[in-house]
Write a protein that binds this ligand. Structure first.
Ligand code: RM4
Ligand code: MN
Ligand code: MN
Length: 423
């Protein structure tokens, strides 16, 4: 008879440990070990309870690639139904009370009605996102277009969105431009930049004092030769020209491969100009996949920088998801993104910063690195589950969502292929 692979005693020991790993026991073990390390668990939980993540209205509708859209049954047919789905995500996760809107995808006749509807669901409207990339007139750009008439049209749409923001009670105008060129020599980089600064200057000057403008950069797509706000430096310098209420938005899918995003985040934090995030994940381009699905370690390292800055200053940063789901169920995908964000934040809060500082001062390269790895390796799922329960949400949001029958209910009510989302 071949020798057993595992001797009886260790096998039993593992079995016992597995038996102990119910949610409560797991939380007990984690909090005990954190307390032994001197971590103030109440403070960590308090910080997790105050985390906020904004969901995007367009993440609830049908979207696709340039090859196909696969319609899903039950997708919202209008902005009101998108808010209903967002309320579901908030109810289950406890940290998503605001929803970003995209104009004209979410255009309605009565914006105060939309605001009231959001409030009736326990939500608020978050960032207002103008859309300057789908009209045929914008083939050569919007605020950078060589024709002043097109720039006027684009600027007017931005001004309309300032009014929408006021009506829906939002204090964020979040801008992304598809502007750029496809061929060398097509237009002047510098003239285009000056046109953008002029248009945005006009918009900025009409913004009420409590409205902030976020500028998002992207290295390519839809433009393939150059983009008018290609990177964080381009966005930051335009913000500096506009004024203090213009800040940079970092979308995790908007960098060349291998760019050290946590370093970009640290620089923008240090300049006091990191205004917001579009969380998603990517393997190749602007893939808009579930947050943390490809590179959870990168997400953790970004949060390590954010937690450090949180401790140094209380500056406001808007944490938003910008995700589109092509083949995955949309609500489950959104919930998973949110719980991944909760876990990344929790791990970053557990970093032993004193140990990191000490190791850094002593020139202990791997000591500092290992302090990060220790926090990253912690299983924070029981901690996040407890925090969600404390918030009146669900310990296991996806299980509760699936059991609730909500997806089946809305599939019956709304049917298929509503097409709300990308236009
Ligand atoms: C862009 C960018 C914007 C988003 C659009 C739909 O790539 O990420 O933030 O609003 O996609
Ligand atoms: Mn984005
Ligand atoms: Mn994008």
């Amino acid at each position: 008879m071949p020798a057993p692979l595992v001797r009886e005693a260790p096998a039993l020991e593992w079995e016992e440990r597995a038996l102990e790993s119910t949610e409560g026991r797991a939380y007990g073990c984690l909090s005990e070990s954190l307390a032994a390390r001197g971590v103030d668990i109440d403070r960590v939980e308090g910080r997790l309870r105050s985390q906020r993540v904004e969901t995007p209205s367009w993440g609830f509708g049908d979207t696709g690639t340039r090859f196909a859209v696969f319609p899903q049954r039950g997708v919202p047919r209008d902005p009101f139904e998108k808010l209903a789905d967002a309320a579901r995500v908030h109810g289950l996760t406890g940290v998503c009370p605001t929803v970003a809107i995209h104009i004209p995808w979410d255009r309605v006749d009565d914006y105060s009605g939309l605001k009231e509807h959001a409030e009736s669901l326990g939500l608020r409207i978050g960032a207002v996102n103008p859309n300057l990339f789908q009209e045929p007139d914008y083939k050569l750009g919007s605020v950078c277009h060589p024709d002043p008439a097109v720039r006027r049209q684009a600027t007017d749409h931005l001004l309309e969105c300032v009014e929408v923001a006021v009506e829906v009670g939002s204090d964020v105008l979040s801008l992304w431009f598809a502007d750029g060129t496809n061929y060398a020599g097509q237009d002047s980089f510098i003239e285009r930049r000056h046109r953008m600064v002029e248009c945005l200057g006009e918009v900025y000057s009409t913004m009420p004092d409590d409205l902030r403008m976020l500028l998002e950069y992207k290295p390519y797509e839809p433009a393939f030769y150059h983009t008018d706000l290609a990177d964080w430096g381009a966005a930051l310098t335009v913000c500096q020209k506009l004024g203090e209420r213009a800040e940079v938005l970092v979308d995790l899918g908007h960098h060349a491969k291998e760019v050290n995003i946590e370093y970009v985040v640290a620089l923008l934090l240090d300049e006091g100009r990191l205004g917001g995030f579009h969380f998603n994940n990517r393997k190749y381009g602007d893939d808009d996949l579930i947050v943390g699905s490809v590179n959870p370690f990168e997400l953790f390292l970004i949060y390590v920088e954010l937690v450090g800055a949180e401790e140094r200053s209380g500056k406001r940063i808007d944490y938003m998801i910008d995700q589109t789901h092509n083949i995955e169920p949309k609500l489950e995908a959104m919930i998973l993104s949110v719980t991944n964000l909760q876990e990344a934040y929790a791990k970053a809060l557990l970093v032993d910063r004193l140990a990191v500082d000490e190791a850094r001062r002593a020139g202990d390269v791997l000591g500092a690195h290992r302090a990060l790895l220790d926090a990253y390796a912690a299983d924070v799922r029981p901690l996040c589950a407890k925090v969600r329960e404390d918030l009146g949400a669900a310990a296991d949001p996806i299980a509760v969502f699936k059991e609730s029958g909500y997806a089946q209910k809305v599939a019956g009510e709304r049917g298929e292929g509503a097409g709300a989302g990308w236009g």
